[in-house]
Design a protein around this ligand. Structure first.
Ligand SMILES: Nc1nc2c(c(=O)[nH]1)N[C@H]1C(S)=C(S)[C@@H](COP(=O)(O)O)O[C@H]1N2
Ligand SMILES: [Mo]
Length: 388
């Protein structure tokens, strides 16, 4: 509680002066920290054994502590497969090889000279799911567009697949028919040519104005805005351009979604690689000021503009929530708020759903039932609270 008040003061001191927004008739939830006299209504669905931090390298975001549009670096969720590699920024090089006119090697300074651009992007691990939805965040990243770097190397016309490797590596067992090979592999992900050369793909060296931390992939990481976390290769050290599809473990095997779809009256089972983020909203916290209850939540998607968010209490009607005017960036996460009137003592279930401008509605858990793996879990997610 104290830290939240602290944060509010810090934000106000820091000049993010949005406190005056109420002058323009915007509800004061626009600054999503606990105001004077505001208290958290307890969730009753948080597992007893929850661990927000698993040192040395894992951390999840407790949504109740969101205190502004950008997630501070020390709170940014972090996860990876091979632990944190040691990369010395002084000797660091980004190699660009394969189907380029000229093999290139860039130091961090070289990249900074080409950079200085900003990208605001929401972040979500494809394993992020309810009730806690704690593998997400929102960052203001500084760096250089990938295309600038690729243009410096010169992309050949037959380069179809762009593979991004981190400095982290491990022994992977690769099965082929009756054979098993154990081979050293670096973490790798790929993008098709058209996506890789689109202007928004980004190489970031800073988060919220500070150099990347080791957790966030220092000194350089890939960012594919609107795509799930796994696509954003940390400790990026090598980009390889090739003609053939890349089928590495984290591209083609681990980060796969198995989903049944009715096509022309028949169930088709599709296996797809995790790419763009699916339309999703979830409740972050419920607070109380006097007798007023407020529900605050988060929207994440692939950048398609949002039409509306609705909130439902128990078996009531869907009610329109208000979108936060401070969180409007195309790829950034967005906040919504709902004034919960008529809240009564006891246990309640709250749920939210978002609709985008194309009329796509966040699916119910039932509609997502033919999705067999837990990745890309974007169903409407209930939260349980108890009012004293
Ligand atoms: N090099 C490397 N990059 C990686 C990973 C990894 O294991 N190694 N994990 C990916 C996954 S699954 C996620 S969700 C994000 C996590 O990024 P964060 O720790 O900044 O939240 O990094 C992605 N990039
Ligand atoms: Mo992830």
């Amino acid at each position: 509680m104290t830290t939240m008040h602290q944060t509010r003061r810090d934000i106000l001191k820091g000049g993010l002066a949005v406190a005056g927004l109420s002058m323009f008739g915007v509800p004061d939830w626009a600054l999503p920290v606990l105001a004077q006299g505001e208290t958290l209504v307890p969730f009753t669905d948080i597992p007893d054994n929850v661990r927000w931090e698993v040192p040395p390298d894992r951390r999840t975001l407790d949504l109740r502590t969101i205190d502004g549009p950008f997630t501070p670096k020390e709170k940014f969720a972090t996860t990876q497969h091979y632990g944190h590699p040691d990369v010395d920024p002084a000797t660091y090089k980004l190699k660009v090889t394969g189907l380029v006119n000229q093999t290139k090697s860039f130091s961090l300074d070289d990249l900074k000279k080409m950079g200085g651009k900003e990208l605001i992007a929401g972040f979500e691990c494809s394993g992020n799911r309810g009730p806690l939805n704690s593998l997400c965040g929102n960052g203001r990243w500084t760096g250089v567009p990938l295309k600038t770097v690729l243009d410096a190397a010169g992309v050949k016309t037959n380069a179809k697949e762009f593979v991004f490797f981190g400095a982290d590596h491990g022994q992977e067992e690769i099965e082929w028919r009756t054979q098993k090979f154990t081979l050293e592999q670096n973490f790798g992900r790929s993008l098709p040519r058209e996506k890789a050369l689109s202007p928004e793909i980004f190489l970031a060296y800073a988060l919220n104005g500070d150099p990347l931390t080791k957790h966030q992939g220092a000194p350089l990481r890939l960012l594919v805005p609107g795509y799930y976390g796994v696509c954003n290769v940390k400790w990026l050290q090598h980009i390889h351009l090739q003609e053939d599809a890349y089928l590495g473990r984290f591209q083609a095997r681990w980060y796969r979604t198995l989903r049944g779809e009715m096509i022309d009256g028949e169930m088709m089972w599709k296996e797809t690689s995790v790419t763009h983020m699916n339309l999703k909203s979830f409740i972050a916290r419920v607070t109380k000021t006097g007798s007023q209850y407020k529900v605050m939540g988060v929207v994440l998607n692939d950048g398609t503009p949002i039409k509306s968010v609705e909130v439902k209490v128990d078996d009531g009607q869907w009610q329109m929530a208000t979108m936060d005017p401070m969180t409007k960036e195309k790829y950034g996460w967005k906040f919504f708020a709902y004034n919960w009137t008529g809240a009564t003592p006891g246990d309640h279930t709250l749920i939210s759903r978002v609709t985008d401008v194309n009329g796509k509605v966040q699916p119910t858990a039932q509609e997502n039932e033919t999705k067999k793996s837990f990745l890309e879990e974007n169903s409407q997610a209930p939260r349980k609270v108890k009012i004293a």
